[in-house]
Structure formats: C-alpha cells, structure tokens
Design a protein around this ligand. Sequence first.
Ligand code: 5AD
Ligand code: SF4
Length: 441
Amino acid sequence: MERFKFFIITLGCQMNKNDSERLAALLLSLGMEEAKTEKEADLVIINSCSVRESAESRVGGLVNSLTRLRLQRPRLIIGVTGCLPGRDKQGLLRRKMPQANLFFSSSEMGRLPGMLAEFFPGLKTNTFSFSDYLKIQPRYDSEYRAFVTIQTGCSQFCTYCVVPQARGLTKQRPLIDILTEIRDLDNRGYKEIVLLGQIVNQYQAPDPENFSVYNPFQQDDFARLLWEVNQLKSIERVHWTAPHPRYLTDETIVALTLPKQVNYLHLPVQAGNNEVLRRMNRGYTREEYLQLVLKIKQTRPGLALGTDIIVGFSGETEQQFEDTVSLYQQCDFDIAYLAKYSPRPGTAAARAWADDVSWDEKKRRWRLLQDLMEKTTYQKNQQYVGQIKTVLVDKYQNGQNLGQSEEQKLVSFVSDQSLVGKMVRVRIKEAAEWILRGTVV
Ligand code: 5AD
Ligand code: SF4
C-alpha cells in the first residue's frame, strides 16, 4: 500500500514545538511517514502562532506558497493548526485561507484521524479518539532534550495577550501522566527536560496523591514537581518556562537551588512602569518584581536571568518607557526577548485603547533596549572567560560543536560528531554577546 508522507512546519513557541511532536506521533501511528521536506509531502500542516500580527501574516504567506507547490503536486493537502485556528471563533480567518483543506486548533488534534480519512483512503483511522490531546505521546525531535507540557491554556488575561482566546483557559495535566512521561524519558537516557506551561509555576496537580513523597511543609505543587524531577537518575538538567512573577512562591525560589536546576530563569516582566503594568493586568508592581529578582539572586547567586518585554504598549509614554530601561539596568538581565506591541483582535487592550505609539517610535524604543541588552550581555559574559562550563552539545557543523551551558548560553568548541547529545566540560577562552568560545577540558 502507498505510504502517505507528511511534513509539519512549526512557528512560534516551545509549546507549539511540543504540540508538533504530538502531531507527528499521531500521524505516524496512522501509518504515515515523515517527509524530509514539504516538497515530497502529501500532507503539510502549519502549526501556527498568533501572538503578534506578524506571526499570523507568516501563516498566510506559507499557505500561499504551499498553494503554489500544489500546482506541481495537485493532491497536496494543506492543514493549519495551532493558535490561529484556536482564536478564530467566528471563522473569519478560516475564510481568508480557503486553500487550506484542514483547519483545527491544537486541542482538536484528536479529531484529525477522522478528518484525514476523506483525503487519504486506507489510513488507519481508529487508533486515536482522545478528547485530551495531551494523552498522545510525542515523537520527540531530540534524543537528549525533551519538552514536557504540564498545563495548557491561560486564565490570566493580560490585556495584550491572545493566548487565553487561542488556547482556552488553564487546564492542568494530571500529575500521573507527567510523572509517567518523565520517568520514561529518564529510562531512555534523556539528559534535559523542559517543563512547559503558559504560567508553568501555577501548576496544580489534579491528583496530588501521586507525588512520591508527602511533605506537609510543601504547599506549592510546582515546587513539589521540581523536587520530584530531581529524583531522576539520568536526567541531569531541568529547565522550565514560562513562570509568571505573581505566582513565584518562596518554595519555588528555594527549588532553584536543587542540583538539576539549570543556572537560568526566564521571568517575563513586560514593562517597568506601574501604570503600564496595571493596564497590562500583570498583577504585580515594578517594586514587587525587583524584590523578587533580589530574592532570586540572593538564593542562587550567579543565576542568569532572562525576560520578555513589550515596547510601545497602548499609551506608553516616553517617561514610562524610561522606567523599563531603568528596570532593565537594575535587573541586569542576561537576555530579553523584545517585542513591539501589536494589538490582537479580541483582547481587552485592543478593545479599550488605541495603538497610539507610532511604528517609528516603537522601533526606536526597541533599538534602544536591544543596544542596552547587547552591551550588558557582552560585559556580563566576560566573567565566564577562564571558567569551565558544562555544555549539552546540540550539533556538530562546519567543524564546530555547538551547545548550551547551564546558563543557556551558546557555547562553541572544536571536536567531533560523537559528542552530540553529551555533556562536555569546556574551558571558556573568549566571550562575545551571543556566544562563548572554548576548548574541551
Ligand atoms: N504584542 C507584542 N508582544 C506580545 N507578546 C504577547 N502578546 C503580545 C502582543 N500583543 C509577547 C510577550 C510575551 C511573549 C510570548 O510575546 O512579551 O511574553
Ligand atoms: Fe498571555 Fe499573560 Fe497568560 Fe502569559 S500570563 S499567556 S502573557 S495572558
């Protein structure tokens, strides 16, 4: 029988990458094969992102280019999944891409086999009928680092953010499923796991009786989960993203000192001015955030800190932006993902306020912070010169190995292919903004 081939294009965040790994597992279980490029695929699915308008435009562009590919492969089936179909409650976006044969949100993934039957006769169709798509075991992209989703959706409703519409309200994954997945990864020799959730530190186990240790002094299920992961044998690194400052408890801050915790924390701040934070509905003040950072740095000195910042939010004045700049300097971040505000349909901010900071001004603010970041990071990275860093090696290309340090910094050194997927000790000889270069110890 003919084996149909699929190809998945993933845009956006790590959650999407993990969803694509589930999608791949689902399609493989139906008897399909994974194609190397979209050119040889019978089915191409775009796993979309909606967080900014530019991300959505890319989806439109990709659908158009796949439609051109269909001129050569008339039976090509095009699918769109992820956040864009998720937020399209009225079907307006669906109407803009009639060329797509399939259009479904991530949580509707379990229905895919039924939808595919129409296009691919002979596929095994009845293997999956999950209403809960998290029950599908991912086909992990990597053999040493795995994403583990512990919750989906978000109920925080930051006023700029489309995620609650696109992915629904927060749903916690059963602890037993999480523990089964990570123990299996541990037995398979995985080195690093990345726990994923929109507010990952707000994890609450629906089935807390499955924690292996009962500690009456621990109240925070996320901290308990971190303790649990630290009991594993083969997994050496634990990383989690993204926490919300408002829900970061003392217990979780203490858990930053656990042995497997990477030396990095991503803690989105979004803005440094209280009025802007209030209008974003972030639920904390500048002072509270700074206090939290101080506590973190005292608890684990040397921890690298990352953040997300939005510039040019509705009504953000020059003075208010300056507060973000000064907060950046005070926190001494190692990295920041800087975004220019993009109003999202259906969000409270888009309904309530005009997008009144001009594009040029957004670009100027973005550039200013970007320059500050590059300067700060370059200076901070000099401290690593002469130090030995443990690196999880990701690839070997053009005669160079590249991997990530505990601080999630990119490290390069010269060795060979055999080190990919291994933990290697590297002495740092030279540091630039975005790369540390060294030699194997
Ligand atoms: N405009 C610009 N950036 C946004 N983000 C989320 N929504 C928007 C928006 N409407 C950014 C935030 C978030 C990151 C994933 O994307 O900084 O942390
Ligand atoms: Fe969006 Fe805020 Fe939820 Fe993060 S916490 S996903 S920014 S609504």
